[in-house]
Design a binder for this molecule. Structure first.
Ligand code: BTN
Length: 272
């Protein structure tokens, strides 16, 4: 159980496996002290034949990656930096686009269940607490050169647990936050295991798309005025809904609607 006074635990593969429990007892948990990026680590292991139900965590990342070529600040023992491997079957190909949205719901469920937090999702993949970004998600696909089909999907999740010693770097200081308040500690092993379990459960049900209702309920943007940019061109609209593929439906000033797809879109709330 999460306690305000609990001493900070190191990440432990055994503890994470224990918390994951029986449902996914075939999980392979790999905990590193330091790496470039857990996404890259999983990609390398995948190329060397690793199977699904692999999760790699690292205390620190030297080159943590974010969306759109950005970096993800990953100081030692202050967060959870974890990546999972999926090998979608042919019939799952069209659901792959939903993995990031499902992972957002998984993180929200895990934060709620293990820590009693009330997180929100800023489309498509940022998790917010008290108007601060506490988690980012980066999904990467590797295609088979022979036929262009998806060979592997690497899902990377970065959670800021505690404030870094010298605070966050200036570039993200106004946006980044932590799931623990000052002086609080959290059981990272328990939280990582909960995230893993929720992600796996949602992955198994991806085709049914039922989790999208939950995604909408966590949304920080639906009903709000947003600004979005594709290639530096900013436009304003109202976010109205999430479509069946996880796209954000926005209504423009003239009443027309557009669906924003993840990729090269930057989205800001117009009023925070
Ligand atoms: C974003 O906020 O743009 C996405 C950040 C994703 C960070 C995680 S941390 C674990 C995994 N390894 C990486 O290099 N990136 C992801």
């Amino acid at each position: 159980m999460w306690k305000k006074t609990e001493k900070h635990d190191r990440l432990s593969g055994d503890k994470i496996k224990e918390y994951i429990g029986n449902k996914y007892s075939d999980v392979q948990v790999c905990v590193l002290e330091e790496t470039d990026s857990t996404n890259d680590e999983v990609k390398r292991m995948g190329h060397n034949g690793a199977k699904e139900k692999l999760v790699v965590l690292s205390e620190k990342q030297r080159g943590g990656k974010g969306r759109m070529g950005r970096s993800f600040y990953s100081p030692s023992a202050k967060g959870i930096y974890m990546s999972m491997l999926f090998r979608p079957r042919k019939e799952q190909a069209e659901d792959v686009v939903l993995i990031t949205a499902a992972a957002s719901v998984a993180v929200c469920r895990a934060l709620k269940k293990t820590m009693g937090k009330e997180p929100k999702i800023k489309w498509v993949n940022d998790i917010y607490l008290d108007n601060r970004k506490v988690c980012g998600i980066l999904t990467e696909a590797v295609t088979n050169p022979e036929d262009g089909s998806i060979g592997m999907v690497i899902l990377g999740i970065g959670i800021n647990c505690e404030e870094p010693e010298k605070g966050f770097p200036a570039e993200i200081r106004e946006i980044a936050g932590t799931i623990c308040k000052k002086g609080e500690h959290c059981d990272r092993n328990k939280l990582a295991a909960a995230v893993f379990n929720e992600v796996q459960m949602l992955y198994d049900e991806l085709a049914e798309r039922t989790f999208l209702r939950e995604y909408r309920s966590y949304s920080l943007v639906i009903g709000k005025k947003v600004r979005f940019a594709s290639k530096e061109q900013w436009q304003e609209a109202i976010a109205v809904d999430i479509d069946a593929d996880g796209g954000l439906i926005v209504e423009m000033e003239d009443g027309s609607r557009q669906v924003l797809r993840t990729g090269e879109i930057t989205l800001r709330l117009a009023e925070i």
